[in-house]
Ligand binder design. Structure first.
Ligand SMILES: [Zn+2]
Ligand SMILES: [Zn+2]
Length: 141
């Protein structure tokens, strides 16, 4: 099976996953904007059992999403790069696409929380677009 690898900016923390991601998304929620200092997080969804940290000890930060559920982020305590998010209601990691080797060749499979995007954000055409969460992740209202 194919193995993909990735790492943070300083190289202290490395990860790997096997197989193909189940999906990928641009998330424009406020938390992702803050985390990236940008309009969105580009997350590649990898089943939990296929993903592991292979070097270093990532730090963690848990926040309560506006759906009331917990999301745990893992990041490098040295350079600060967030490598993955793990929403407790799911069974996948949202892995930082740009931390994956050749990650810039990946494209998003959906757009979410577009209602929270800054006014200047532009959205790629032809991709499923959700104001908040897609139905598969639960109604957020
Ligand atoms: Zn680092
Ligand atoms: Zn988000």
């Amino acid at each position: 099976m194919q193995t993909s690898t990735g790492k943070c900016d300083c190289g202290e923390v490395e990860f790997a996953f096997t197989g193909d991601p189940i999906n990928s998304s641009f998330c424009y929620c406020y938390s992702c904007q803050l985390r990236t200092n940008s309009d969105k997080w580009f997350g590649v969804w990898v089943p939990k059992e296929n993903f592991k940290f292979t070097q270093g000890e990532p730090s963690t930060f848990t926040r309560i999403g506006d759906s009331g559920n917990r999301v745990e982020y893992t990041f490098c305590g040295n350079c600060g790069v967030t490598l993955a998010g793990f929403p407790e209601l799911t069974d996948f990691y949202s892995v930082a696409a740009m931390a994956i080797e050749n990650g810039s060749e990946l494209s998003p499979g959906m757009l979410m929380y577009t209602a929270h995007a800054p006014e200047w954000a532009t959205f790629p055409e032809g991709i499923p677009k959700f104001d908040l969460l897609p139905p598969s992740l639960g109604d957020n209202s």
